[in-house]
Design a protein around this ligand. Sequence first.
Ligand SMILES: NC(=O)c1ccc[n+]([C@@H]2O[C@H](COP(=O)([O-])OP(=O)(O)OC[C@H]3O[C@@H](n4cnc5c(N)ncnc54)[C@H](OP(=O)(O)O)[C@@H]3O)[C@@H](O)[C@H]2O)c1
Length: 267
Amino acid sequence: MKNNNIPKVGLGTYGLTGDNGTQAIITAIKNGYRHIDTAQTYDTEKQVGFAVRDCGLARDQLFITTKITPENFSNLKQSLSDSLAKLGTDRVNLTLIHWPSHYDKVPISDYIGELAQVQDEGLTDLIGVSNFTRRHLDEVDKEIGIKRLSTNQFECHAYLQNRILAQYCIDADVAVTCYMPMAVGAVLKDPVIIKIAQQHNCDPSQVALAYLLQQGYIVIPKSANAERQKTNLASTDVNLTADNMSAIDALDRGQRIVDPEWGPTWD
Ligand SMILES: NC(=O)c1ccc[n+]([C@@H]2O[C@H](COP(=O)([O-])OP(=O)(O)OC[C@H]3O[C@@H](n4cnc5c(N)ncnc54)[C@H](OP(=O)(O)O)[C@@H]3O)[C@@H](O)[C@H]2O)c1
């Protein structure tokens, strides 16, 4: 199944650079993470590669995602091969288009076919997109069929619930992957989330993540800290009530953190 084998909690690696980053990724794998999220622009593909080789697990026990940067649309296949070399693997589990072309200068028809082709050639098991709006997804549908996509990864947390886009993805059987699922810490200070955490005797981060997981979403929190990594992974054990879910629903305020001026017109 194209979506069901993506582990629901992954480790975000943005910022996990250098030797400290490698150590943090190894620690995460030892703590039970099986899904690691990197990208060509994070400067963490080598770190992920070192960690995968050093962690003692067989490659097939890990799910690795990387993302093609728009700068590489004209040499997508070569850039993915370069990523595989950095990652020390002959195929990744999931390859995403990191962003639509800046200002939509390069049409989707120029690169999405090649993404499908590298999947056909076995460089990646699954393909998907990131930061794509409904309009971009419709264009993908015309080119290769939206059902070919396993996921759309976009900013999603209690303060930016992105419901219209999320529902659009769900209806198309494209899994929602939430980046910045804790809004880089902002939602952890929210009194509603803190109160629910007290009720469940758990950490606010677990409430923030459980809220997304219980909607069927995938989350990729980043932590360099072993204890926080464990806490985040254990968010799958928290069962929020319907009242808890409604209380967090009401926190949505469209508060977007990642909004570059060259980015798309959001849904
Ligand atoms: N596709 C895209 O365009 C895109 C854009 C942005 C991000 N991403 C991906 O999404 C991942 C996650 O986003 P993010 O790292 O920016 O934000 P995030 O996961 O929402 O938050 C990370 C921050 O929260 C802290 N933290 C982690 N666990 C915590 C806990 N249990 N309690 C308190 N604080 C905690 C971390 O500090 P410590 O490390 O000190 O714990 C870090 O400062 C990235 O690493 C990247 O892989 C993708």
